[in-house]
Design a protein. Structure first.
Lengths: 190, 168
């Protein structure tokens, strides 16, 4: 992602080559975008519209078969609109224990155990113009009981999926107590 | 009898630093070893086979039911009709989306001819819509003047940060 942004800013600089090079190699073009030897289709392939980096479409609901079919639907809608769907994944559900109390007392009347399931679809490089269309397609088709959130991707969202390694965490804490990792001198290769 | 207090030997600070460096090196080596083993994904409850079912899989296995020829033909025809219907539905959706995109493109082109500034504004990212939430419809509408009972919502999701067994 970073490289594409960098490339866009670099190639945006239009350079005028020196006359000696121009006459000997090119067909008398005065302008070359990027470098003298960069092919022109590279510039033509870039998007004319600003792009969103990575977006997560997060779907949450109490009914998971419905969620799964909705995830499939979202995926097909996005691919029909020529949007790059990079990844789809499921996050472990949040389990809730819900108690209802008898009126005017704290005696537990009923107890329910419900799980809030979650599915995610990750979209990369979406043009800004298509975003509202996608949103209206999603809100028109959202099934009952499902909450959809579209937000930018955070490294935290990735971390939530993995089992945290306690030993690794301990070791890293120990290292910071001792004063941070060592600064290694670069060895010169002979 | 108490001995006279010993003088604390002065350890050379270079030696001290060397000791610390060695400890750090050991810890770093362990970190690198742990990081090499790729992390495990958390198991997803709804996609796992419950262990009780897994144990009784053999008992649960059944012979496939025998379907008559007519029944199979009926089912095949029904499937064809259904797939045709769904295909038409999908084509409708796709065409609708295409129409929306085309008309948006036309509008953008016209806008560009009108004013370049407004065009650039239209292209820019809208932060109001960036984190966007859509709530799905509910099965039954909310009951008017409903007296909801008191209760508690407790999150009992498994907390992976707490170790299951505390090391003695």
């Amino acid at each position: 992602m970073q490289s594409s942004v960098l490339r866009r800013t670099l190639l945006g600089i239009i350079k005028k080559p020196s006359p000696a090079l121009c006459c000997s190699r090119r067909n008398n073009t005065n302008y070359t975008i990027g470098g003298l030897w960069e092919p022109e289709y590279l510039e033509a392939m870039k998007s004319k519209v600003p792009l969103y980096d990575t977006l997560n479409i997060q779907m949450k609901g109490y009914d998971y078969p419905l969620l799964e079919s909705y995830q499939k639907f979202v995926h097909t809608i996005a691919s029909n609109m020529d949007i790059d769907v990079e990844e789809c994944w499921a996050t472990p559900p949040q389990n809730f224990k819900i108690n209802t109390f008898k009126p005017n007392s704290t005696v537990v009347d009923k107890e329910f155990k419900l799980s809030m399931y979650e599915r995610n679809v990750q979209i990369v490089d979406m043009p800004t113009t298509l975003y509202p269309i996608l949103l209206s397609a999603l809100s028109a088709s959202v099934p009952e009981g499902v909450t959809v959130t579209v937000h930018e991707h955070d490294p935290e969202h990735e971390e939530v999926r993995y089992i945290p390694d306690l030993e690794l965490k301990d070791l890293k804490d120990q290292l910071t107590l001792l004063g941070g990792p060592r600064v290694e001198k670069k060895k010169r290769k002979k | 009898m108490a001995e006279p207090l010993k003088k604390k030997k002065r350890i050379d600070p270079a030696v001290l630093r060397a000791r610390e460096e060695r400890k750090k090196k050991k810890i770093e080596k362990q970190i690198r070893r742990l990081e090499k083993n790729s992390r495990q994904l958390k198991p997803i409850d709804e996609l796992e086979i419950p262990p009780a079912v897994f144990d009784t899989l053999k008992q649960r296995a059944r012979e496939p039911t025998v379907i008559s020829h007519e029944e199979m033909e009926e089912r095949a025809l029904l499937l064809k009709e259904w797939s045709l219907y769904k295909m038409k539905e999908r084509m409708n959706d796709v065409q609708l989306l295409d129409k929306m995109i085309i008309s948006q493109q036309k509008a953008m082109d016209e806008l560009r001819l009108e004013s370049e500034e407004l065009y650039q504004e239209a292209l820019a990212m809208d932060l109001n819509v960036m984190p966007f939430t859509i709530k799905g419809p509910v099965h039954t509408p909310p009951i008017v003047n409903y007296d909801s009972p008191d209760g508690d919502y407790t999150n009992i999701t498994k907390d992976w940060f707490q170790p299951l067994f505390v090391k003695q």
